[in-house]
Ligand binder design. Structure first.
Ligand SMILES: Cc1ncc(COP(=O)(O)O)c(C=O)c1O
Length: 402
């Protein structure tokens, strides 16, 4: 049988990160590639206790089909948690639950963008967003970043340019805090400027904030959602980095009309999400366990970040620059412009170190001399060894490029 797929299915492509997972089990391989939390961050015994209590108390309810919006107690707890951590005012009715925030990213492009229409993202941006948007035929236009995040002057130029071509952006997607892949954080001035531009041109903002609770240094900055006075911002979060990604629980706080469309789409795609997982996440919040458990995780990741930064300074010369993230899971390495990190990857894998080449993170106009390094998964001594191996591979590549 010769299958003839839709044009949309032809847009789907395998992510380099998923491909890299194959190499994870090769003996001696150290992967700085994936975006995985450290397994010791998972509160296994808390989850066991909560699950046991929940099943005893309300097993017959939470094993039933749930409502489309998602488990009510979790949405109530989330509205308190978001007020407490991000100063976001919302009620349970402003929240939609999803199978990770990845599903919400897919849903938002599906409900806001007709295939062929355009949106703006940071450049580089999260690879999963690129995949989700492409799967819906959404065209992405990237705006460059610097150490303070998205360059908002360039954003305005980009909007004007798109308007002049009759292609108004349907929304602006940003990861303002500890961005994936760059680790950079949008400064307060730029947050204000971004909101001002979005308001002036009446373009919605999608704020994706999976890493906000993973701060290792510096001052907390207000979320865009908490600064928004006119219903411009849709905010997305997840339990993947504050509890476990295996539960697949994400959430979106949005203006009511957006919530309503997301729920209609959810009815079409999965009726309801995983009620048991949502009940566990709700109970975890209710018992104050995020506040109790995160300091240990933050301390562990801070050490890992510092280990990687020190190893980079030790092993890389002036030809390389890298970001100095105040939080999150990633750091962005930029090499001599003659080095192509995609072409170099097989040699890195031969030397038993994996990374994700920067190329995959560009919504358009890719650069080839960049890479994303994850510092949360490997152990501290592995991080040091991995950076030594990487610098050796880069050194050989630089010799060949001369
Ligand atoms: C910026 C960003 N958004 C969304 C996600 C998706 O997270 P999840 O689907 O696990 O909630 C990730 C995962 O790494 C991410 O980095």
């Amino acid at each position: 049988m010769q299958y003839k797929f839709s044009s949309l299915a032809q847009n789907l492509k395998a992510s380099e990160i998923r491909e890299l997972l194959k190499y994870k089990n090769i003996p001696g391989m150290i992967s700085l590639g994936g975006g995985m939390p450290h397994p010791s961050s998972f509160p296994v015994s808390d989850i066991m206790e909560i699950t046991d209590d929940l099943l005893k108390r309300e097993g017959r309810e939470i094993l039933q089909y749930g409502t489309t919006e998602g488990y009510e107690m979790l949405r109530v707890e989330l509205s308190k948690f978001l007020k407490d951590t991000e100063n976001i005012d919302c009620t349970k009715d402003d929240i939609v639950l999803s199978a990770g925030s990845q599903q919400a990213l897919y849903a938002i492009s599906k409900i806001m963008v007709t295939p062929g229409e355009e949106v703006i993202t940071e450049s580089p941006t999260y690879i999963g967003t690129i995949t989700a948007f492409l799967a819906n035929g959404t065209v992405m236009r990237g705006v460059q970043m610097d150490e303070e995040g998205l360059i908002t002057e360039l954003l305005e130029e980009k909007i004007k340019n798109m308007l002049s071509k009759g292609k108004p952006p349907k929304f602006i997607y940003v990861i303002p805090t500890f961005q994936n892949p760059s680790g950079r954080t949008l400064s307060l001035e730029r947050r204000k400027h971004l909101l001002e531009i979005a308001s002036r041109y009446q373009i919605p903002i999608i704020e994706d904030n999976p890493y906000g609770e993973l701060r290792y240094s510096g001052q907390k900055l207000p979320s865009l959602k908490s600064m928004d006075t006119s219903g411009l911002v849709t905010y997305m979060g997840t339990f993947s980095k504050i509890l476990t990604p295996g539960l697949r629980v994400g959430f979106t706080v949005a203006p009511r009309e957006v919530v309503s469309k997301m729920n209609l789409l959810k009815q079409a795609t999965n009726l309801a999400t995983n009620t048991l997982a949502e009940a566990i996440a709700g109970e975890y919040l209710k018992r104050g366990l995020v506040k109790k458990n995160m300091p240990r995780v933050v301390q562990m990741y801070r050490e890992k970040r510092d280990t990687m930064l020190a190893a980079l300074s030790e092993n890389f010369g002036e030809d390389a620059t890298w970001s100095h993230p105040d939080g999150g899971m990633f750091l962005w390495l930029q090499l001599d412009s003659r080095i192509n990190t995609t072409k170099m990857l097989p040699r890195a894998l031969e030397n038993k170190v994996a990374y994700v080449s920067g190329y995959s993170f560009y919504p358009d106009n890719p650069e080839y001399n960049t890479m994303r390094l994850n510092f949360t998964y490997a152990d501290n001594d592995q991080i040091v060894t991995a950076i030594e191996r990487l610098s050796k591979v880069v050194g050989q590549e630089a010799m060949m490029a001369k």
